[in-house]
Write a protein that binds this ligand. Structure first.
Ligand code: SF4
Length: 400
């Protein structure tokens, strides 16, 4: 994928449990073939930035050799603690593997087709939107389409051993309507009747009457149902440089970590620590600039690469975000969301935020309760990051 700072590679992991050595290897490859920056995205994917046309092939060979990749289409999201969390109700890894085996190489799916397979447990995927959702329930998998857990269209509960087959049938149905058809388009034009027909010979039960998003708080220290501690850390603005990631992985290994799991919310979950090593590991992560406190104002701020990393960026987004977090944290108070975008494209957060700064050729626009490409209520002149934040504080205080 082309971006302002070169080509970007997103890794489709076959399973989320990376060893510290594997994570270090990924970071080494990012330093050698890219510009040394890596992202963990809002959906928990690892991205390697700053590649060149010449460095893509050697990077791909190096990552392939780690044997951690799954086919990149369709995107299948599973619980980040799958494989280690004893509270997972049904194994999402197994269903994902079965589904990948069923998908024919000739099947052409919409490029952004997404499937969530949520087996439950400590970290669920309720807030992630997807074309097809399979969520483990007591007696099977609840199948829903086009949304997150709360707003997706609930279709049925499919038996435990039919989840992959049911998802495959629906992928086939959508693909039959054209290479760009997503679940939402399908439902809007044809409704649920063809979906029910595609599942007719599976012994489905009626869907649950309602489904609410379960809140998940995994930043900081948590305990799994088997007593094993987990340390959840979040990357500042979703990005980390290779040297810091290697240091984090090596420190975690020294403190006993067995696996490190990329997770939604730009996070990494460290597994294998003991109650005695949680505190020093937390301290080490903080010293590396990583976030372990759920009240840290940086968590509410999304900031894209911006200037100078991205050629489309009109200002230094990350510098502005850091100053806002340090000097004006009240902007994120009460879980308010802030989006600092180098241009109107809004890469860091496609959805609305309470407060948005979006770069534009004539300055920096302020958008309230909107997206980076919405109409600005005010346009501030270009100025260095600290002066810009001072102006913003003044503007907000005078318009209270
Ligand atoms: S939103 Fe940010 S990262 Fe995306 S193109 Fe604009 S400046 Fe670049």
């Amino acid at each position: 994928m082309q971006t302002g700072d070169g080509l970007l590679a997103r890794l489709a992991l076959s399973r989320p449990d990376l060893t510290p050595v594997t994570l270090s290897e990924i970071a080494n490859a990012a330093a050698e073939y890219g510009n040394g920056l890596l992202d963990i995205t809002a959906r928990g994917n690892i991205q390697i930035r700053g590649l060149t046309p010449a460095s893509v092939a050697p990077l791909a060979a190096r990552i392939e050799a780690l044997d951690i990749l799954a086919p990149d289409s369709p995107a299948i999201a599973i619980n980040p603690l799958a494989g280690v969390d004893p509270a997972v109700l049904s194994d999402p890894l197994n269903v994902a593997e079965q589904l990948r085996a069923l998908i024919e190489p000739t099947m052409i799916l919409a490029p952004k087709m997404t499937i969530v397979i949520d087996g439950g447990g400590l970290v669920t995927l309720d807030a992630q939107t997807a074309d097809i959702r399979l969520v483990a329930v007591e007696n099977g998998w609840s199948l829903a389409l086009a949304g997150d857990t709360a707003n997706a269209v609930r279709i049925a509960i499919v038996p435990l051993d039919q989840a992959a087959s049911a998802a495959f049938r629906l992928l086939k149905l959508f693909a039959s309507r054209g290479p760009t058809t997503r679940a939402r388009d399908f439902l809007d034009t044809e409704g649920v009747a063809p979906v029910s027909a595609a599942l007719a010979d599976i012994a489905c039960a009626p869907p649950p009457a309602s489904s609410a998003n379960r809140s998940v708080e995994f930043i900081g220290h948590h305990i799994m149902s088997n007593g094993q501690p987990i340390l959840g850390i979040v990357l500042s603005f979703g990005q980390i440089n290779a040297a810091t990631l290697i240091e984090l992985a090596q420190t975690a290994a020294r403190f006993g970590a067995t696996t490190i799991h990329p997770a939604p919310g730009r996070a990494l979950l460290i597994v294998g620590l003991s109650p005695d090593t949680i505190a020093p590991m937390t301290h080490a992560a903080n010293a590396l600039g990583l976030i372990t406190d759920p009240t840290d104002p940086r968590i509410g701020i999304a900031a894209c690469s911006g200037k100078p990393a991205c050629a489309s960026g009109h200002f230094e987004t990350r510098a502005v975000a850091r100053i806002i977090a340090a000097e004006f944290p009240q902007l994120t108070k009460g879980k308010k969301t802030v989006h600092i975008s180098g241009c109107a494209k809004g890469c860091a957060r496609p959805s609305k935020s309470d407060f948005v700064l979006a770069g534009r050729p004539d300055g920096i626009g302020i958008v309230l309760d909107g997206r980076a490409d919405d109409i600005a209520v005010r346009v501030l002149p270009q100025s260095p990051p600290s002066a810009l934040v001072a102006t913003i504080i003044k503007v907000l205080e005078t318009t209270k």
